[in-house]
Design a protein around this ligand. Structure first.
Ligand code: AP5
Ligand code: MG
Length: 213
């Protein structure tokens, strides 16, 4: 099963993608997490990506596509995956589609997690992320067991650099211009499903599972 998660920054794509990956035993592939891991480790890729991410801009398609195609070519992706944060532009979606078509394959579901802007700004300020394993928390809605420490791997939780209010506004703008057109792209392919992302995360999850079943 190949799933694409769509939605504005902070809509809960990552939260739901992790839950789906666990339930269906497929990898959660987040380009954002891959970039953040590289930034943390000081790699060349990380340095390049950071220039864009800190401004709320997209990392250039060429670089992003290469990383994504490498990742989904790995053995653990054979039975499917859940993509979170990719594709984010029409050219990225086309490259992915072409690569899958060559393998006689396709995206089975595109899940659009729908959340209005007002809720987004509130969610981002409270988010805490683990840069080591990609787990996401919220200081009110999803607190870790021990303040500031990841439940899953014990590393320190941080406020993402791009979660500052000014950067969040840019990210929303970029989302509207470059990523929202993907809703039409996947609607045309007959695989788009909308879920109400303002509900409690377990209710959102149930709605997605109902679609996949
Ligand atoms: P990326 O990491 O993908 O960020 P994003 O799309 O901006 O999305 P977020 O991770 O911020 O939000 P999310 O939807 O995953 O929400 P979450 O589950 O955390 O990308 C970051 C940057 O990397 C981009 O700006 C770009 O520069 C670059 N990049 C990445 N991919 C790229 C690509 N393909 N092309 C080019 N550039 C790329 O939830 C948010 C918060 O809300 C959390 O605190 C969570 O606990 C809480 N929450 C979740 N669900 C609920 C709920 N139902 N109710 C209450 N709270 C909830
Ligand atoms: Mg995310």
């Amino acid at each position: 099963m190949k799933i694409v998660m769509l939605g504005a920054p902070g809509a809960g794509k990552g939260t739901q993608a992790q839950m789906l990956a666990k339930k269906y035993d497929i990898p959660h592939v987040s380009t954002g997490d891959i970039f953040r891991m590289n930034i943390k480790n000081g790699t060349e890729l990380g340095l390049e990506a950071k220039k864009y991410m800190d401004q709320g801009l997209l990392v250039p398609d060429e670089l992003t596509v290469r990383i994504l195609l490498d990742r989904v070519a790995k053995d653990d992706c054979k039975n499917g995956y859940v993509l979170d944060g990719f594709p984010r532009t029409i050219p990225q979606a086309n490259v992915l589609e072409d690569a899958l078509t060559k393998l006689g394959d396709k995206i089975d579901y595109a899940i659009n997690v729908d959340v209005p802007d007002e809720n987004i700004i509130r969610r981002m300020g409270g988010r805490r992320a683990c840069l080591a394993c990609g787990a996401t928390y919220h200081i009110e809605h999803v607190p870790p067991k021990k303040e500031g420490i990841c439940d899953k791997c014990g590393q320190e939780l941080v406020l993402r650099d791009d979660d500052k209010p000014e950067t969040v506004k840019n990210r929303l703008q970029v989302y509207k211009e470059q990523t929202q057109p993907l809703i039409d792209f996947y609607t045309e392919r007959g695989v788009l499903h909308n879920v109400d992302g303002t509900k409690d995360m377990n209710e959102v999850f149930e709605a997605i599972v109902a679609i996949l079943n």
